[in-house]
Ligand binder design. Structure first.
Ligand SMILES: [Mn+2]
Length: 328
């Protein structure tokens, strides 16, 4: 696997480019959107022409972030850029087929991420699996190299970090994470307002999802595994927005007997999206996900399986149960 590039090299590439595209993964979460906009707004303040590009656009739960109105979804028009930057995206393909087609001609690709499974597919790579969020890597990069950081940049990077750490709770959260939050607060960031938008402004649709989840969650391995199947029928009934599910899995995670929780979700093309979490460091869910072509972090990973959802769930849960029983 190629080595990491130095942050100086990466910043030099940003400074010498004029037209820059910043992209993240399909079905973007808070870290993806916050990192893209945090970096894009900083580079714009530096005088660059920056295209913030997301295959699936911004989910409605994150629309409050400054700069989301500038995010574009890939169209058929070619994009002429000097530099493409992929953030928080564990494999090149995960930026999305349309984004990939548009950005493949770019002469330089910078790949910044915190997924340990990232194979360093960029021309320049900065993979730091000790960072709990890509937003933390971006904040360090900007502040260490004197790139512009204003309130709008802070809002985006705070949400990137806050969402990917489960509000500073997950084990990957470290002292630096809290120092960054402290620096942001000292600089005047209103974190309570952001928390209000991010965690206390859910649409009723989300509660309908939670109701279904609580009614239909299934346990196995003596209560150590809990899972839920989010089916297309329910999504249609409530007109679900993809962002409605962000963090929903934490409700399953909080059950005392549980060491692993999984949400299965119908997605396009007859596929099933799997989100898996582990609460026990001995249980590496990225290993199980990689058996099904996915990957991610030790304690939080995903994969896509062929449907129907009931069959995909059974296959995945069998494999998971084998591993859970192994750590007894
Ligand atoms: Mn992330």
């Amino acid at each position: 696997m190629p080595e990491n590039s130095s942050t100086a090299e990466i910043v030099a590439a940003m400074r010498s480019a004029q037209r820059i595209a910043v992209v993240a993964h399909v079905r973007p979460d808070g870290d993806a959107v916050g990192s893209v906009l945090g970096l894009a707004l900083s580079l714009r303040a530096l005088g660059k022409d920056v295209i913030a590009l997301l295959e699936d656009g911004v989910p409605s739960n994150l629309a409050f972030l400054p700069g989301t109105d500038t995010v574009i979804q890939p169209g058929s028009e070619p994009l002429q850029v000097d530099l493409a930057i992929a953030l928080d995206t564990a494999t090149h393909e995960r930026i999305g087929a349309k984004c990939k087609a548009l950005l493949d001609p770019a002469p330089l690709l910078v790949n910044i991420d915190h997924h340990p499974t990232n194979p360093r597919y960029g021309t320049l790579n900065l993979i730091d699996s000790d960072s709990p969020a890509t937003g933390q890597i971006i904040y360090n990069l900007l502040t260490e190299h004197g790139l512009p950081v204003d309130d709008a940049v802070r809002q985006n990077l705070f949400i990137a970090i806050s969402t990917d750490t489960g509000s500073f709770q997950y084990p990957a959260t470290n002292a630096r994470t809290h120092r960054i939050a402290a620096e942001m607060i000292e600089a005047g960031l209103d974190t309570a307002r952001l928390a209000q938008f991010a965690y206390h402004s859910y649409p009723l649709r989300r509660l309908a999802l939670m109701r279904d989840m609580l009614n239909h969650m299934e346990f196995r391995a003596d209560g150590r595994i809990v899972s839920w199947q989010l089916k297309q029928k329910l999504m249609d009934e409530i007109s679900m927005d993809p962002g409605d599910t962000e963090g929903l899995i934490d409700t399953l995670r909080m059950i005392d007997s549980v060491v692993s929780c999984v949400i299965f979700e119908d997605v396009e093309g007859g596929k099933v999206r799997v989100s898996a979490r582990s609460k026990d460091n001995r249980l590496d869910v990225s290993v199980i996900c990689s058996k099904f072509g996915g990957g991610g972090h030790r304690l939080a990973s995903g994969a896509r399986l062929k449907g129907p959802i009931e069959e995909a769930a059974e296959k995945f849960l069998q494999a998971l149960e084998d591993e859970v029983r192994r750590i007894d």
